[in-house]
Design a protein around this ligand. Structure first.
Ligand code: NAP
Length: 253
């Protein structure tokens, strides 16, 4: 079946395209790089022709509060309008575990707005709420950089490999719409500062890690387990050590 992958050049998107192609589907990567822009609407109607499913794994190019909210709202509205016109039967999108519990984060507010557009958009849908990707850990840690140290929150994160997110997206896209949310998290939950120590031990980074309960995670304090999965969640098998070993092997090739 024809499956359009919005954000098909990205970290999750390119992996999803590979998987769907290997399963014999016609996976069509769509993003500005291929002449499809969900903000301007360029190329949207054309790429939707004959599509049964649309996967949205795009991400905003700018993460300031107003910019990211405008991106996810406008992009999702334009996408769903094009999907309704083309008779697409399933919209699949990736959101974030706990997004609605942390309204002080502009990025997470934007993901909640994206979910609301999907839920009201009139196209059968599945929302995969994933936890933070292991691949995103260096960026999370560097956001707390202060000279020779990093100051990080003590709330929990349950990092998941992007490869497992992509596998789950590919599976959901070829299943019936859930018309609801499904959660996916990694096998271990650690505080953000503990994740940093783990990363630094593996990479030989000598910076000091300061645990600060008031340090912010993308604009918000974490009070405990907001970023961890709830009952009924899918739990990935790839832990930090396996992910890091795979990363090192990939770099050596
Ligand atoms: N990082 C995490 O820890 C995490 C956790 C849970 C959920 N998520 C969600 O996972 C999703 C995918 O993240 P990712 O890290 O795989 O993204 P990414 O690698 O940053 O890729 C972003 C993609 O969005 C495309 N894009 C940007 N502007 C576009 C536009 N106007 N129209 C169409 N496509 C556009 C880009 O296309 P070009 O290459 O052509 O510019 C690119 O393919 C995001 O929605 C994110 O919120 C992330």
């Amino acid at each position: 079946m024809k499956i359009v992958v919005i954000g098909g050049s990205g970290r999750v998107g390119s992996n999803v395209v590979r998987r769907l192609d290997a399963q014999g589907h016609e996976a069509v990567p769509a993003s500005p790089a291929t002449g499809v822009d969900t903000i301007s609407g360029e190329g949207l109607a054309e790429v939707m022709v004959g599509a049964e499913v649309v996967i949205d794994v795009s991400n905003a190019p700018a993460w300031e509060d107003d910019a990211v909210l405008a991106f996810f709202t406008t992009s999702t509205r334009n996408l769903l309008a094009a999907e309704r016109d083309a008779g697409v039967g399933h919209h699949v999108a990736v959101s974030i575990v706990g997004a609605d519990l942390l309204p002080d984060s502009g990025y997470l507010r934007a993901k909640v707005a994206q979910e609301a557009e999907i839920e009201a958009g009139g196209v059968p849908y599945t929302i995969l709420r994933a936890t933070q990707f292991l691949e995103f850990l260096p960026q999370i840690v560097d956001a707390g950089a202060e000279g020779d140290s990093v100051r990080l929150p003590t709330g929990l994160m349950q990092l998941v490999a992007a490869d497992e997110v992509a596998a789950t997206v590919a599976e959901l896209a070829t299943s019936a719409p859930a018309n609801g949310r499904i959660e996916l998290g990694g096998p271990e939950a650690l505080s953000v500062d503990a994740w940093a120590r783990r990363l630094f031990a593996a990479t030989g980074d000598s910076r000091e890690v300061i645990a600060d309960p008031h340090a912010r995670y993308f604009g918000t304090e974490l009070h405990g387990g907001e970023l961890t999965t709830g009952d009924g969640a899918r739990i990935g098998a790839i832990d930090f050590d396996r992910w890091f070993a795979g990363r090192a092997q990939g770099a050596a090739r």
